[in-house]
Structure formats: C-alpha cells, structure tokens
Design a binder for this molecule. Sequence first.
Ligand code: UDP
Ligand code: MG
Length: 319
Amino acid sequence: MQDPEILYMVIPCYNEEAVLDETAKRLKEKYDSLIAQGMISENSRIVFVNDGSKDKTWQIISRLHEEMPTYYSGVNLAHNAGHQNAVLAGLMTVKEHCDMAISMDADLQDDIDAIDEMVERYYEGNQVVYGVRSARDTDTFFKRTTAEGFYKFMKIMGADVVYNHADFRLMSRRVLEELSNFREVNLFLRGMVPLIGFQSCKVYYKRAERFAGESKYPLKRMLSFAINGITSFSTKPLKIITWLGLLMSVISILAFIWAFAVKLFGHSEIGWSSMMCSIWLIGGLQLLALGIIGEYIGKIYAEVKQRPRYIVAEFLNRE
Ligand code: UDP
Ligand code: MG
C-alpha cells in the first residue's frame, strides 16, 4: 500500500456541549485505530467547527485542542452561519492541509465505524464516497416519513440528490478544490457535490439515535431546507407554473364556449356558484404562482449581494 494520506474529519457543532466530549472520545479511538492499521497519516486531524454556539461548545473545543493538539483542531465561526455553511467553512479551511476530508454530524448519528470503509474506497480511487443510511428504524415515524418524502419530492422536482444521503461523506482534496469554485450563497451541499462529478461510490450505514441534546432541525427548519434545496437546484417549479397557466387558458376557452352555448339556447341564468369557485381557484393559483416566482427572486437577491457565506474568527491547528 502507498504511504498513508492525511484525513481531516470535519464536524459542525451548534450548541453541542452535551455530546462533544463523547464524540471527541469516539473519534479519537477511530483515529488511533486507523493510524494503527496504517490507513491514515499521523498528520490527520479531527476538526470541530463551532457554528456560533451559545453554550460552552467552543470552550470544550479549545480545551480539546490545548490538551491534544495532534488530535483536535478547531474552527470558530464569528456567528451562527447554519449547518451547510458551517460544513463548508470547515472543509474550505482545512482543504490545504489534507488529502481527504470527511464531514459528519456531531451527535453521533452518523456511524463512526463507516469511516474505515470510506477510507478504503478512497484508496480504491473514489474521489467522493457518500454515506447512505440503510435503515431508519431509530428515527421516529414522523421524521422517517417526512425525510423519505423529502428525497422523493426533491427528485420529482428535478433536484437530483443521492437517496438517503445527508452530509456524511468523504471528499478528496481535488473535489474540495472544485467545490471552492461554487460561489453560490444558498448552499445545498448534497446537491452540489454530485454536480462536481469524478468517480464516486456509496457506503451504507445504520443511522443511530442522537446521543444527547436536541435536534437543531425542527419541522419548520426542515421544510425551509427542502424548499431551499428545490429552488436552488431546479427551475422545474417555474415550468410547472407555465404549464398550469396554459392548462387554465385551455379550460377557460372551453368554459367560454360553454357559457356562450348556454346563452344561445336561452338558459342564460349562469350559476353564481361556479363563478365564485373559479374566482377562488384562479385567485389561489395566481397567488401560488407569484409565491414561487418570489421565491426565486429572493434567491437572486441573495446571490447578487455576494455576501461572504461564513466568517472564520479563529483556526486552531498545529502543523
Ligand atoms: N448544526 C450547525 N449549525 C446549525 C444547526 C446545526 O452546525 O445552525 C450542526 C449540529 O451541531 C449537528 C449537525 O449540524 O452536528 C446536524 O444537526 P442536527 O443533528 O440537529 O440535525 P438532525 O440530525 O436532527 O437532522
Ligand atoms: Mg442529528
């Protein structure tokens, strides 16, 4: 086998004081075993990205770094930038230091033992290795149905994502370089990475329950994440509006003929109720159409401002 390469594990953390010590401990065990097997270089690191937490998360991270700088590094963001931005911030900060990087959640829901296989697949020549959930029996029924519905809906709406893959993935330095050329502000990493291409594969793992603490993705945030994913990756909703508009036009021509015929045959008392119904229907459709268009205009607005997607306040890393 060739010389072991440098792996950086990037973990976004937002108010994760309850799990951080345990996560750090388990990642360290994995790190040691990977080194013992000669799979990664001793210059590898476990990097925690503090995404503007309000609790002691950053204190824990800097303590870990101080005590064991050859294991742990830390990136401190200046404010809460959101999960996707935090992952990107971490990856972009470490890309010059590593040969490959794995992003994963802090709450131990992503199976740490899948890392071995990911690294093996990397040495086999894969530039991207997607971690894919094989089962969701630990999720609540509600989370499971909404999440699986999310992937199916995304596909129908024209945003092609890897089914049941979230943000647990390995990327090579080459892919990180290419990712840095994507300048969009509305980040949706699981849609962007497949666009980069290169040889890729999937590794299956069982998603565990959150170790401690609470999900930072309540339903409201999940919904807005789904809408963001669709409108960032597909213009299909705009096309659907066009088709709907066309269909409505055809229907109204038919309605016009019908109304005219009724008048011709002398039954000119045209129903008030059907009139009211169509007003409501068309009003609703118009509002929906405007809403969808507005969604895209909002995106353009955010993109043209070209604001930085995150701000790194500190990077604790010992070479
Ligand atoms: N997270 C983050 N910034 C945020 C929200 C979440 O960095 O604004 C991190 C969080 O600490 C965790 C990961 O993103 O490591 C996934 O969040 P969570 O486990 O709450 O989501 P779920 O698994 O419930 O979808
Ligand atoms: Mg989680």
